[in-house]
Design a protein around this ligand. Structure first.
Ligand SMILES: *Cc1c(COP(=O)(O)O)cnc(C)c1O
Length: 349
């Protein structure tokens, strides 16, 4: 079985609703900070102690509980190597929920681990009991995504903590890439201090609109971050990313505006889908998974013809007939809805 990560083809033009990026772009303050980079800053290895402190303040943790990474993807790779390095004859196991983010099996497999897949329930609910049942003495890593990608469904804190309790020798990685949009985070949970095996991931790619600059962060007990710090290169963030992150953290108003746009966008998309009698799963993230049934391929092609690019999930056995649509700023969502109405209603008349 191959777990290669398929890089998605880049459309030449049109509305990008296929990668859950910020469709408005980054804060203008970020651009100003990038323009402000000096020749010396470009020439020197970056120092990111200050921005690490700013980031720690934002998440309400201490700087030694923070590890900034080159996108959350780098953190996922680092965790996979740290957890799945072979220490005995037994092959370390990583539990991956299906469906979820494709990077987990790709990294776990590359790091030499055995990927153990556990399927979500019939409505994509988190399979807590099945994960508990899949634990073995070789389980070293468990990937939990909340809200999950591509389903948008959240995992109750109690279930994550129950798994952390049951697997004290494994790293429980809680990927909160979309927690900005749900408003709920395990960071700061009072029981977390009893579970030093839990590491939480956040990214600045989605709500903050910095995907092109590659900035993620891993949050957890200082001792648990140690092995990952040793694996990752010493300068994961470049000078542009450091400047951008400081400016992005400062511009709280922009961030809140964007999160508000996503909420309003989802409401408009839901009512359009209800009107069109199309099935979807209410999402806690900045995208919605939609089941177009036998129309799925025609919808994807029809939207692309109208310059709207969505993510084709029909090839995944866990989500046949499904399409994932990013809900960014309202204006873009309206353009998507208009194109969808043309594709679904226009041609049949
Ligand atoms: C987008 C995404 C990431 C990766 O974020 P980067 O910081 O851009 O590397 C990680 N996890 C999930 C679930 C994602 O959807």
């Amino acid at each position: 079985m191959s777990y290669e990560y398929d890089r998605i083809a880049q459309p030449a033009s049109g509305l990008r609703l296929h990668l859950n990026e910020n469709t408005a772009g980054c804060s203008p303050r970020v651009l100003a900070a990038l323009h402000g980079i000096t020749r010396e800053q470009a020439a020197c290895y970056p120092d990111y102690d200050e921005v690490t402190r700013a980031c720690a303040d934002r998440f309400g943790v201490s700087p030694d509980q923070i590890l900034l990474t080159n996108g959350l993807d780098e953190a996922i790779l680092g965790i996979s190597i740290a957890a799945l390095r072979r220490r005995s004859n037994a092959i370390p196991e990583a539990i991956v929920i299906v469906p979820s983010f494709d990077m987990y099996p790709a990294c776990a497999d590359s790091a030499g681990g055995r990927v153990v897949e556990v399927s979500t329930g019939s409505n994509f609910e988190f399979p807590c009991d099945a994960v508990l049942g899949a634990l073995t003495s070789d389980t070293r890593l468990i990937f939990i995504t909340t809200p999950n990608n591509p389903t948008g469904r959240s995992v109750p804190f109690s279930q994550t903590l129950q798994i952390a309790r049951a697997a004290p020798d494994a790293i429980v990685f809680v990927d909160e890439a979309y927690a900005d949009f749900s408003g709920e985070s395990l960071i700061g949970h009072p029981e977390l201090s009893s579970h030093p095996n839990v590491l939480i991931g956040r990214t600045f790619s989605k709500a903050y609109g910095l995907a092109g600059l590659r900035i993620g962060v891993l949050i957890g007990a200082s001792a648990a971050l140690g092995p990952i710090r040793r694996i990752l290169p010493p300068f994961s963030l470049n000078a542009c990313a450091v400047a951008a992150l400081g400016a992005a953290l400062d511009d709280v108003a922009y961030y809140e505006w964007y999160v508000g746009q996503v909420l309003a966008s989802k409401a408009e998309l839901y009512s359009a889908l209800n009107r069109l009698n199309v099935r979807y799963w209410p999402s806690d993230a900045n995208f919605v998974l939609v089941d177009f049934g036998r129309d799925a391929r025609r919808v994807i092609a029809g939207l692309a013809e109208r310059q709207v690019h969505v993510r084709d999930k029909t090839g995944d056995k866990a989500s046949p007939n499904c399409v994932r649509i990013t809900t960014g700023i309202v204006e873009h969502t309206r353009a998507c809805i208009a194109a969808l109405e043309e594709v679904l209603c226009g041609e049949e008349s």
